[in-house]
Design a protein around this ligand. Structure first.
Ligand SMILES: [Zn+2]
Length: 327
């Protein structure tokens, strides 16, 4: 066994210190400060285990398994996919992660924020995407707006059975401006905002399938599916005041969906959708499957998938409620 191979196979508990403010040439390319993961992991009671391929590695402890790949933004947190804002980078035999990803993804999941004792999660704003003249994605006689409303109604009844209150941003086939959806949730003082959509594969995404849960991109980062109007210099917007709870809610819903449904996990993603930017409360946008994929569409327009998906989303919301209300 070569020394190099041995090094990769060995559990690395190198006493490397956290280099929180360090930049190197590669890191500055992404305009973010990087933290050496081995050191960070050790400080936070993780073991660092490298795969023999030298690219994949895990930080593990009794409760968590964080999987990373060098030069990739994809990560898995206890088996649930999530997208980092910046790629993990290699530095010698160690790897580094953007400080922003520690602060805005890892930390909020490992040590979730608590609501103060008076602030219970009691009112959920459900936002069925599209409506009226805005049909959303349309194919083979199916319109997204019809199915987001059906999903919202099912989810409403599950949440109400669990003792929560629900406000819908639309309860019939009407057009509602995005601003008005957010304003309604704010006026009614909803505790969380959950927007419901179905996906379609656009340019270059071919026959994509699976579920995604979006929350707001942190200030200073690019969104997961980068668009020309979206860049890392973007300043904080109102929704960024809930960054920690946004990502916690998104993760718990994504986790509930991918563990209870037989679907592809496309991960917790970041976007600057208007409803996420302007929401005054923790907010997510769920893409509950691809209407553009014929076999996935067949399932998601059916009663069974709708019930199962609604149940998973409700479970994720209830997990969130339990976590932020714990004393
Ligand atoms: Zn949509």
């Amino acid at each position: 066994m070569t020394r190099v191979l041995k090094l990769f196979l060995t559990v690395i508990l190198v006493a490397a210190s956290v280099v929180a403010a360090q930049k190197n040439a590669q890191a500055s390319e992404f305009s973010s400060q990087y933290v050496e993961l081995a050191g960070w992991g050790r400080t936070n009671s993780f073991r660092v285990v490298w795969n023999s391929n030298g690219r994949d590695f895990m930080l593990t402890n009794r409760s968590w398994r964080l999987a990373f790949t060098v030069n990739s933004r994809q990560t898995e947190i206890n088996g649930v996919k999530a997208w980092l804002s910046f790629p993990v980078i290699a530095r010698g035999t160690n790897a580094s992660i953007a400080l922003l990803d520690i602060q805005k993804l890892i930390r909020p999941l490992l040590t979730p924020a608590r609501n103060n004792a008076q602030r219970k999660v009691t009112l959920v704003a459900l936002d069925p995407g599209h409506g009226g003249k805005d049909k959303g994605f349309e194919t083979s006689g199916y319109q997204e707006k019809t199915h987001t409303l059906l999903l919202a109604r099912r989810l409403q009844s599950l949440l109400e059975s669990a003792g929560l209150k629900v406000v819908l941003t639309r309860s019939s086939d009407v057009f509602v401006e995005l601003d008005d959806r957010v304003a309604l949730a704010k006026r009614r003082r909803a505790d969380i905002f959950v927007s419901l959509h179905y996906n379609s594969a656009g340019n270059g995404r071919g026959d994509a399938k699976g579920v995604e849960c979006y929350c707001l991109t942190p200030a200073g980062a690019k969104s997961t599916n980068t668009r020309p109007d979206d860049n890392a210099t973007t300043k904080a917007v109102p929704g960024n005041s809930n960054d920690s709870r946004n990502v916690l809610l998104a993760y718990l819903i994504q986790k509930a969906m991918v563990t209870s449904l037989d679907v592809e996990d496309r991960g917790v993603r970041r976007a600057r959708f208007l409803v996420l930017r302007e929401a005054a409360m923790p907010a997510v946008l769920i893409e509950g499957g691809f209407m553009s994929a014929p076999d996935e569409r067949r399932q998601l327009v059916g009663v069974k998938r709708r019930r199962d998906l609604a149940q998973a989303i409700a479970d994720g919301i209830l997990d969130y409620k339990r976590l932020v209300e714990r004393q």
